[in-house]
Design a protein around this ligand. Structure first.
Ligand code: HEM
Length: 283
C-alpha cells in the first residue's frame, strides 16, 4: 500500500538534473538542432508538404550514415579484415529496412494531398540525390551520365566522381577473392573502375566453390551472405518506392523528367552482385 502511495507521488521532475551548460555542451547544441529543425523550408501552405520534406531529409541522413559505414567497410576489405566489416554491412542492411518502413508513412499521403503542392517542387526529384547515387556507385552500379546532374554543385560532383572512379564494394570483394587464391580473370582485377561490369565466369566459379565448402571458406561464405542481405534490402526499398510512387502519381512522368514508374520498374532489374545470384542456380 505504502509502495502504491509512493508511485502516485512519483514526479520525474523531482529528479535532480543539469540546467547549467557553461561547462559542457547541451543536447540541442551537440546535435545542431537549431540548424536541423529550421531546415524545413516549405514552399506551399499544403499540410502534407511537411511530411514530404521530413521524410526526404530523414532518408538523406540515413544515407549519410550508410555511406560512412560502407566507406569504412571498403577500407577494411582492402586490409583483408572481413570480420569487423560484417558489423558495418549488417548495420547498413538494418538502415535500409528502416528506410523501407518509412514508405508506410509516406503512403498515408493520398494523390490529392500530393497534388496540392507537387507544382511547387519544380524539377526537384530524389533522382538528383547525390548521396543516393554515391550509394549506387559504391555498391557497383556505375553510370557516368549521372554526374551531369551535379554540374552546378562542384563539391557534390567531384565527390561523386571520385566514388565513380574508385573500386566499388564488390570490386574490392573480387580483388579479395583473388588474394585468397581464387583464379579470378585479370580483366576483373585491373579494369576501369568507372565502367559498369558484367557477370564473369571466374567470379561465379569462385562463389560456387565458397558455397560448396563453407567450412573451408567460412569468412567469405559469411561475407557473401552479408552482400546478399544488402542487395535484398536495397531491392526491397526500390520495390516499395515503385509501389508507393504508383499509388501516389500513377503513371505520370516524374518531376525529375523520367517516365516515372516505368523508370523505377526498370531499376528493379539491377543486380549489384550478379555472380552471387547466379551461383545459387549452379549449386
Ligand atoms: C510521393 C513521394 C514520391 C514520389 C511521387 C516519387 C517519385 C519518383 C520518381 C517518379 C522518380 C523517377 C525520377 C523522376 O523522374 O523524378 C523517383 C526517383 C527517386 N526517388 Fe522518389 N518519389 C517519392 C518519394 C521519395 C522519397 C521519400 C525518397 C527518399 C529519399 C525518394 C528517393 C528517390 C531516389 C533516390 C530516386 C532515384 C532512383 C534511381 O535512380 O534508381 N523518393 N522518385
Amino acid at each position: 500500500m505504502a509502495q502504491n502511495k509512493d508511485l502516485t507521488h512519483n514526479r520525474l521532475a523531482d529528479e535532480k538534473f543539469h540546467t547549467d551548460f557553461a561547462k559542457g555542451i547541451a543536447y540541442g547544441d551537440y546535435l545542431s538542432l537549431g540548424e536541423l529543425l529550421s531546415a524545413q523550408n516549405l514552399r506551399s501552405t499544403a499540410h502534407d508538404e511537411m511530411l514530404f520534406v521530413v521524410i526526404h531529409q530523414c532518408s538523406e541522413l540515413w544515407m549519410k550514415l550508410m555511406i560512412h559505414e560502407l566507406t569504412a567497410a571498403v577500407s577494411l576489405l582492402q586490409d583483408d579484415q572481413l570480420r569487423p566489416a560484417f558489423k558495418m554491412t549488417a548495420r547498413v542492411s538494418q538502415i535500409q529496412d528502416q528506410l523501407t518502413q518509412s514508405w508506410g508513412i509516406l503512403a498515408t499521403m493520398t494523390p490529392t494531398d500530393y497534388l496540392s503542392f507537387r507544382d511547387t517542387l519544380g524539377a526537384a526529384s530524389g533522382f538528383q540525390s547525390f548521396q543516393y547515387r554515391t550509394l549506387e556507385f559504391m555498391m557497383g552500379n556505375k553510370d557516368r551520365k549521372f554526374l551531369a546532374l551535379h554540374r552546378d554543385r562542384p563539391e557534390w560532383h567531384d565527390a561523386l566522381e571520385a566514388v565513380l572512379n574508385a573500386p566499388s564494394l564488390y570490386d574490392e570483394t573480387i580483388l579479395l577473392l583473388g588474394r585468397k587464391g581464387f583464379a579470378i580473370d585479370a580483366s576483373e582485377r585491373d579494369r576501369d573502375w568507372s565502367e559498369p561490369r558484367d557477370a564473369n565466369d571466374s567470379v561465379r566459379a569462385a562463389w560456387v566453390e565458397v558455397y560448396r565448402n563453407p567450412e573451408k571458406y567460412w569468412d567469405l561464405y559469411e561475407w557473401a551472405e552479408e552482400l546478399i542481405d544488402l542487395e535484398d534490402a536495397f531491392q526491397t526499398w526500390r520495390f516499395r518506392h515503385r509501389t508507393t510512387v504508383e499509388r501516389v502519381i500513377g503513371f505520370k512522368r516524374g518531376t525529375g523528367g523520367t517516365t516515372g514508374v516505368g523508370y523505377l520498374k526498370r531499376a528493379l532489374e539491377i543486380r549489384f552482385f550478379p555472380e552471387l545470384w547466379e551461383a545459387r542456380t549452379e549449386l
